[in-house]
Design a protein around this ligand. Structure first.
Ligand SMILES: C[C@H](N)C(=O)N[C@@H](CCCCN)C(=O)O
Length: 454
C-alpha cells in the first residue's frame, strides 16, 4: 500500500457535501417556517382567542425561555460537543417537532372541545385563556428543540466545510432557512382561509417540522459513514469531556464577547421586529393581511440571494469585521425610516434584507476563527443563550409598548415607539461591531482575511 496516498472521504466530494447541506437546510427551513408561521395570524389570534398585543408578544418570547433561563442552548452545545451530532441532533429535532404539534393542538377545536389537558389548563392562571396556555407550552418545547438544533446544524456545516467554502456554506444554509420564513409569510395568510378552518395554517407548519425529523434521520446515515471514514475507531468519534474552562476561556476572549453582544443586539432588532412586521405594515400603510405578509417576506427573500453572495465574498476577499459594521448601520437607518417616514416599505424591507445578510454571513463563520472546532458547539450554544435573552425580552417589550402607547381596540396601531427601540438596538450593535474590529487587530484572528488564509 502506498502510504503517501491521501485517503478521500465523503466530505471531499463536492456533490456529497452540498447534498448534506440541502438535507440539513430542509430541517432549518422547517424550523424557521414554524417560528414565523403564526406571525401573520396575529389579528386572527386576537379574533379567535382574544389575544392582546402583550399575549402575542408573550407567545413569541416563550420560545426563548428554555434557552435563556434554563440555559438550554448552552447545555445543548455542551451535550453536542460530548454526545456528538447524531444523538444530539435527533433528540433536539424531535423536541422541536413535538413542541410544534403541541402548539397546533392548543389552537385546535379538538382541544377546545374539552380535549386532553383542557380542564387542567383552565384551572391554572385563570387570567389567560386555555388555548394561550397550551400554545405557550408547545412553543416553549419547540424553542427548547429549535435553538439547539440550529447549533447542531452549524456544527454540521463546520464539520463538512471547514477549510473549504465555509462562509458560502453558512450563507446558503441561512438562505435555505430564510426560504422557510418567507414561505411562512406567504402561505399562512392563504392557509387560514382554507375550507378546513384557519388552524390549517398551524397544522401545516407542525407537519412540516415533523417531516424534518425524517430528513434528519437520512442525514444521520451519511454522518455515520463519514465518521467511519475519518475516524475508523468510531467509539471515540466525537466524545469530548466538557471542562468549565471551556466556558471561562470563552468569557476571557474579548473578540468572542463583542461578537456575542453584537449577536444579541443585532438579532433583537431583527427577529422581534420581523414577527410584528406583518401587523406593522397592515396598520401603518392600511393594507390587507395578504399584502402586508407579502411585504414582510421580501426581507427573507432578499437574504436568500444576498447571504450566500456575501458568504462567497467573505470566503474570497475577507472583510467580515468591516461588513458587520455596515450591516448594523444599515439596520439602524431602516428602523429610523420605518419610525419617522412613509418611504416605500417594499424598498426598505429589501434594504433590511441586505443588512440581515451582511451581519450573519460574516458573523457566524468568524466565530469558527476564534474558537477551536471541538468547542464550537459550546460557543454557538453560549451565543444563542445570550441572543435568546433579546429574543425573549424584545417581543414582550414590543407588545407591552404597543398596549401602553395605544388605546385598546383603536385602529390603526401606532408602532413609532417600538421602532425607536429597534433602532436603538441597531446603534448598540454598531458600537459592538466597531469594538470587534478594533479588537481583531490585537487578537490576530484575522476576521478581515479570506476564509482559507486562517
Ligand atoms: C435564532 C437563532 N438562534 C439564530 O441565531 N439564527 C441565525 C443563524 C445561526 C447560525 C449559527 N451558525 C440566523 O441568522 O437565522
Amino acid at each position: 500500500m502506498n502510504t503517501n496516498t491521501v485517503k478521500k472521504s465523503l466530505k471531499d466530494s463536492v456533490i456529497t457535501r452540498w447534498a448534506m447541506l440541502l438535507l440539513v437546510g430542509f430541517v432549518l427551513a422547517a424550523n424557521y417556517y414554524f417560528y414565523d408561521a403564526l406571525s401573520p395570524l396575529k389579528s386572527t389570534l386576537t379574533k379567535e382567542f382574544g389575544f392582546s398585543n402583550t399575549d402575542f408578544g408573550l407567545f413569541l418570547s416563550v420560545y426563548s425561555i428554555p434557552n435563556v433561563f434554563l440555559l438550554m442552548a448552552v447545555f445543548g452545545g455542551i451535550i453536542l460537543d460530548k454526545l456528538g451530532i447524531r444523538r444530539t441532533g435527533f433528540m433536539f429535532v424531535a423536541f422541536m417537532a413535538f413542541g410544534a404539534l403541541v402548539t397546533a393542538y392548543g389552537a385546535s377545536d379538538m382541544y377546545s372541545n374539552n380535549g386532553v389537558g383542557y380542564a387542567f389548563m383552565s384551572s391554572i392562571f385563570p387570567g389567560y385563556s386555555p388555548e394561550l396556555k397550551m400554545m405557550l407550552l408547545g412553543r416553549f418545547l419547540f424553542g427548547l428543540g429549535a435553538e439547539t438544533s440550529i447549533v447542531v446544524i452549524s456544527k454540521i456545516i463546520v464539520k463538512w466545510f471547514k477549510g473549504k467554502e465555509l462562509a458560502l456554506a453558512f450563507g446558503v444554509k441561512l438562505g435555505l432557512a430564510r426560504i422557510g420564513s418567507a414561505l411562512a409569510f406567504y402561505l399562512s395568510p392563504i392557509l387560514i382561509k382554507s375550507e378546513t378552518g384557519w388552524t390549517t395554517a398551524i397544522w401545516f407548519a407542525a407537519f412540516f417540522v415533523t417531516s424534518s425529523l425524517l430528513v434528519f434521520i437520512i442525514y444521520m446515515m451519511f454522518d455515520l459513514k463519514l465518521d467511519k471514514q475519518v475516524k475508523p475507531d468510531n467509539s471515540v468519534s466525537e466524545s469530548n469531556e466538557f471542562h468549565i474552562s471551556d466556558i471561562t476561556d470563552l468569557l476571557k476572549n474579548r473578540s468572542f464577547i463583542y461578537v456575542t453582544l453584537l449577536c444579541l443586539t443585532f438579532y433583537s432588532a431583527v427577529f422581534p421586529f420581523f414577527s410584528f412586521s406583518a401587523d406593522f405594515f397592515l396598520n401603518k400603510f392600511n393594507l390587507t393581511l395578504e399584502q402586508s405578509g407579502k411585504i414582510s417576506l421580501l426581507m427573507p427573500l432578499g437574504t436568500v440571494i444576498f447571504t450566500p453572495l456575501f458568504g462567497f465574498l467573505v470566503d474570497k476577499y475577507g472583510k467580515a469585521a468591516t461588513l458587520m459594521i455596515y450591516g448594523s448601520l444599515i439596520l439602524t437607518m431602516v428602523h429610523l425610516a420605518f419610525a419617522f417616514t412613509t418611504l416605500s416599505p417594499y424598498v426598505l424591507m429589501v434594504v433590511l434584507g441586505i443588512a440581515f445578510s451582511l451581519v450573519p454571513a460574516s458573523m457566524w463563520p468568524s466565530v469558527a476563527k476564534m474558537v477551536d472546532e471541538k468547542r464550537i458547539g459550546t460557543a454557538y450554544g453560549f451565543m444563542f443563550s445570550v441572543q435568546n435573552l433579546g429574543l425573549w425580552a424584545f417581543p414582550l417589550l414590543t407588545g407591552v409598548i404597543l398596549d401602553y402607547t395605544n388605546v385598546e381596540g383603536v385602529k390603526p396601531i401606532d408602532y413609532t415607539y417600538s421602532m425607536v427601540m429597534f433602532a436603538s438596538l441597531g446603534i448598540l450593535g454598531f458600537i459592538f461591531a466597531l469594538l470587534l474590529k478594533r479588537e481583531d487587530k490585537l487578537s490576530g484572528y484575522g476576521l478581515n482575511l479570506p476564509s482559507n488564509s486562517k
